[in-house]
Design a protein around this ligand. Structure first.
Ligand code: GLA
Length: 397
């Protein structure tokens, strides 16, 4: 069964009537630019083929019902009563989007902006984005619903406004202090390309990854994902601590964000930071530089340079930012040892997935050696699969 028919059938099973239409949004990998988004720096993600489909129908009575394959039914919520903290578990993501679209509408002075003034809706989600793998399953869900409600509620928001709403939902309603990387990848990506995004002014362009030429695909290069199946959880712990360290460092250096600091300036100001905050800041400052270098290398078709920068990024996250895990380090080490041009963990860290850029012909061998190395070290079996740069959120039918 395709994902679209799973979403359609799941909707009918949950609510007893067919959906009005289907929308979807993709998961993502980040090629490079990690923990740079909330430091107002640069990122370079691409959307992957795995998607979350939202099957939705409006309701006249102002109620919202949310349902998802593989999750317990989440109940009924009055649209007008949605408020941060008002929902727990996975339902906070879709309810947060409904709430956040109202907030953004109000900010932009739209008449009838209050959610209470909009029709309610029933929505059922079906997804093949692995959950907790660092591939942005939550942003895929948020953005599938954001494009659906944008249309059903006739909001007329452009993609940048939808990024703003989905990001607001995650930060203020769900309570995860993340940046705009994931929602931007889900909403702004284009097939065959990576999204080069400036997280300060929100401007973006697409960097061609060579899909359809002999670089990606058979005979060319491929991106392998190694899902370590070690779960990450952004709402708690390490992610927020890293963000706080970056903000402390920026304040100590007298700048608005670490985006404003060069490696030389950081070194000169070393005395003003604790040793640990210095290393956290060094990751961010050097990572911004690496994103720019990868974009230049892609434009020059120099994939060996791209790979080298990916591996340098991983070392920086392992040693300076300290967000890697033994499983991620092993995946990277084995991939590079087996002929990948470069490899790195992708996403927030503390588990999740690594990606490797490698000649397509080497992928089956790499999958075997990574699995064998995990077994040997006593780690649980990883999931491995290749990903292709895919289209952003859209209406499917
Ligand atoms: C998570 C967050 C993003 C970004 C990355 C790290 O995916 O949701 O905003 O900060 O971690 O680059």
């Amino acid at each position: 069964m395709t994902l679209l028919s799973a979403a359609r059938d799941g909707f009918a099973a949950a609510f007893g009537y067919p959906p009005a239409a289907l929308w979807s949004a993709p998961g993502r990998v980040n090629l490079i630019g990690e923990h740079t988004d909330y430091n107002e720096g640069f990122v370079l993600p691409f959307a992957i083929g795995q998607r979350t489909v939202a099957a939705l129908a409006p309701r006249a009575d102002g109620l919202v019902r949310v349902s998802s394959a593989g999750a317990a039914p989440a109940g009924e919520f009055p649209l007008g009563g949605l408020a941060p903290g008002g929902a727990a578990g996975w339902a906070a993501y879709p309810l947060g989007v409904a709430w956040a679209l109202g907030q953004v509408a109000r900010r932009t002075g739209q008449a009838g902006a209050e959610p209470a003034g909009r029709p309610g809706f029933d929505v059922h989600f079906a997804s093949d984005v692995p959950v907790g793998a660092g591939l942005s399953s939550s942003a895929a869900l948020e953005c599938a619903l954001a494009v659906a409600l944008n249309e059903v509620w006739r909001l007329g928001f452009d993609r940048a406004r939808l990024v703003e709403a989905a990001h607001l939902a995650e930060n203020d309603f769900v309570g995860a202090p993340t940046g705009i990387l994931d929602q931007s990848a889900a909403l702004l990506s284009r097939e065959g390309a990576a999204l080069f995004l400036d997280c300060r002014d929100g401007s973006w362009s697409h960097a061609d990854l060579g899909l359809g030429t002999d670089r990606f695909g058979p005979g060319g290069l491929a991106v392998l994902v190694v899902d370590t199946r070690v779960k990450h959880e952004h709402v708690s712990g390490g992610y927020a601590a890293r963000r706080a360290a970056c903000e402390r460092a920026a304040a100590a250096l007298g700048v608005r964000a670490l985006r404003d600091v060069t490696a030389g300036q950081l070194l000169a100001a070393r005395d003003r930071l604790t040793e640990e905050d210095y290393r956290r800041a060094r990751h961010v400052v050097t990572e911004d530089q690496r994103v720019l270098e990868v974009v230049a290398a892609l434009r020059a078709g120099d994939h060996a340079a791209v790979g080298g920068l990916m591996s340098a990024s991983h070392r920086s996250m392992r040693d300076d930012f300290e967000i890697s895990t033994p499983e991620l380090d092993l995946a990277v080490e084995v991939a590079v040892g087996g002929g990948a041009l470069g490899a790195r963990m992708t996403g927030g860290g503390f588990g999740g997935s690594a990606i490797a850029l490698a000649p397509a012909a080497l992928i089956p061998g790499l999958e075997r050696t990574v699995a064998a190395a995990f077994r040997e070290r006593g780690f649980g079996a990883p999931g491995t699969f290749t990903v292709r740069p895919s289209a952003g959120a859209r209406r499917d039918e």
